[in-house]
Ligand binder design. Structure first.
Ligand code: FNR
Length: 184
C-alpha cells in the first residue's frame, strides 16, 4: 500500500532553504510514497498552559490530527545558535500536550541544512533528544545534513537542484519507507 508522509518545516521565512528542500521531497519519493506538507508551524500561537487550559487552539489539533493520520513525518529544519529554531520547539511543545500524543511510536526522519559547512548537524542532535521524550520511532541513518545549501537550491519556487544531494535525499526517503514498512 502507498505510504503517506508529511513534512514539517522549522523555518517561517518566505525564502527558506528548509522549505525549498521540503517542497522537493515529493518529487524524490518512490512511486508508492506520497509526501505532503503540514500547515506552517507559524500558525500555532506561543505555547501557554493557560491557553491550553482554555482548550487547544484549532491549528494545534489540526496539526496533531494530520500527524496522527500520516505513516511518518519528515522534519526539515535550519540550525539557530547550534540548536533548532524556537518556533519548531514551540510546535513540538504544543503537539506533545495533545492526547493521544501524535508523535508516540510515530516514524520520524530528520533533515537539516545550512549555508555553512556543517549542514545543521548540531540542531539535529538536539532534536533527537526531544524526540526521545516524545517516544517517536526515529530513523537513525542516513543522516541528511546539507551544507552550503545556498549553492544547492535554485528556481522560483526554489527547489533542491544539486544532483548528488537529490540522490542522497531520495535514498533517505526510500530507507525511511522501508523502515516504516518494517517497524511502523
Ligand atoms: C542562524 N544561522 C545558523 N547557521 C548555522 O549553521 N548554525 C547556527 O548556529 C546558526 N545560527 C543562526 C541563528 C539565527 C537566529 C539565524 C537567523 C540564523 C544561519 C541559518 O542557517 C540561515 O539563516 C538559514 O538560511 C536559515 O534556514 P532557512 O530559513 O533558510 O530554512
Amino acid at each position: 500500500p502507498t505510504l503517506r508522509l508529511v513534512t514539517m518545516v522549522g523555518s517561517l521565512r518566505q525564502g527558506s532553504y528548509s522549505a525549498a528542500i521540503a517542497r522537493t521531497l515529493a518529487a524524490l519519493a518512490p512511486d508508492d510514497v506520497v509526501i505532503e506538507p503540514l500547515a506552517s508551524i507559524g500558525d500555532l500561537p506561543h505555547y501557554n498552559a493557560d491557553t491550553q487550559a482554555d482548550g487547544f487552539p484549532a491549528a494545534v489539533l489540526a496539526m496533531a490530527e494530520a500527524i496522527q493520520g500520516a505513516d511518518g513525518v519528515i522534519i526539515v529544519t535550519p540550525e539557530y545558535n547550534y540548536s533548532f529554531p524556537g518556533v519548531l520547539k514551540n510546535a513540538l511543545d504544543w503537539l506533545s500536550r495533545v492526547s493521544p500524543s501524535p508523535f508516540a511510536r510515530k516514524p520520524v526522519a530528520l533533515q537539516s541544512s545550512s549555508p555553512g559547512l556543517l549542514g545543521g548537524s548540531r540542531a539535529q542532535y538536539q532534536l533527537r533528544q526531544v524526540f526521545i521524550f516524545l517516544d517517536a520511532m526515529m530513523l537513525n541513518k542516513p543522516e541528511v545534513m546539507i551544507g552550503q545549501v545556498a549553492t544547492k537550491v535554485a528556481g522560483d519556487p526554489a527547489m533542491l537542484t544539486d544532483a548528488p544531494t537529490r540522490d542522497f535525499v531520495a535514498g533517505q526517503i526510500a530507507t525511511f519507507a522501508e523502515f516504516i514498512r518494517r517497524h511502523g
